[in-house]
Ligand binder design. Structure first.
Ligand SMILES: [Zn+2]
Length: 267
């Protein structure tokens, strides 16, 4: 099986010291592509370094709605300089009404600025959206035809939102929250996404899987666990996991191909 982890944070301090082992376990599990997302300006350099020194890692540079306070005055210029250095995406960017509803205006302003940068550079975006779907649809609509693509990370929206998001050319990425027995809503949603728009991720080191009867928050999540999510989705959709993995891999490659490093991903 060949699997693409469409959203992880390998630069996180919980994973960085373990990276040799993390990559080895990922490779053994069949994970041969990583979309490694930054969350704030402070980690852009580490994200670049991992992309330059590890195989098959595509970086995404951007500012997550939780970390708007850590931006330098010239952050837009700096962001563009990172995007120009290596084939990359813009991410993780987005809107979050759940965690800190106090700064929504600023969230929207920074989000739009990053959509503009993505359009200018011809790059897809990796989106975080929590309880702000109406605003996402409203703000992203003018960019529908201009954006090179959109991945909704750890999709938590309703089935009804799939159609309007498809009109924005979205791909739907499912995390290991799928594996939690009580999360029947996401398990139903994963069945409703068109097969050619479905991709998978771990959000490592966050969103650990349900394993051995529990979710262990003390152990950092890692890309090798992605198989648990794929297996759950395959069970829910009633298809062999190999078939789903193959489809998800080709979806990832279709979207990311223009941004892959020159040496093609080694399958
Ligand atoms: Zn993330």
């Amino acid at each position: 099986m060949t699997i693409f982890d469409m959203h992880c944070h390998l630069q996180d301090t919980r994973l960085k010291p373990l990276l040799d082992d993390v990559f080895e376990r990922a490779l053994r599990a069949g994970v041969k592509g990583f979309l490694n997302c930054s969350t704030e300006q402070n980690d852009w350099e580490d994200v670049l370094d991992i992309a330059l020194t590890r195989l098959n890692v595509i970086p995404a540079f951007g500012v997550h709605p939780w970390y708007l306070g850590n931006l330098a005055d010239d952050w837009e210029m700096v962001l563009e300089s990172y995007l120009n250095r290596v084939p990359s995406l813009v991410g993780e960017i987005g809107l979050d009404r759940e965690k800190d509803p106090g700064n929504l205006d600023m969230q929207e302003e920074i989000f739009i600025k990053q959509l503009e940068i993505a359009v200018k550079q011809g790059l897809p975006v990796n989106i975080h959206c929590r309880k702000a779907w109406d605003r996402l649809l409203h703000l992203a609509k003018p960019y529908r035809k201009k954006l090179a693509g959109m991945i909704i990370h750890s999709y938590s929206g309703t089935i009804d939102l799939i159609k309007p998001l498809l009109e924005l050319n979205a791909y739907f990425s499912f995390s290991l929250s799928l594996t939690r027995p009580r999360n029947t809503r996401v398990q139903k949603t994963v069945c409703a996404v068109p097969i050619d728009r479905l991709v998978f991720e771990t959000d490592s080191p966050d969103i650990p899987p349900y394993k051995d009867g529990k979710v262990d928050y003390k152990v950092p999540n890692e890309p090798a666990n992605i198989l648990l999510g794929l297996q759950k989705a395959a069970d829910m959709r009633g298809v062999p996991v190999e078939e789903l993995a193959e489809q998800a891999w080709s979806n990832s490659i279709r979207l990311l191909k223009p941004y892959l490093p020159k040496q093609e991903l080694s399958k």
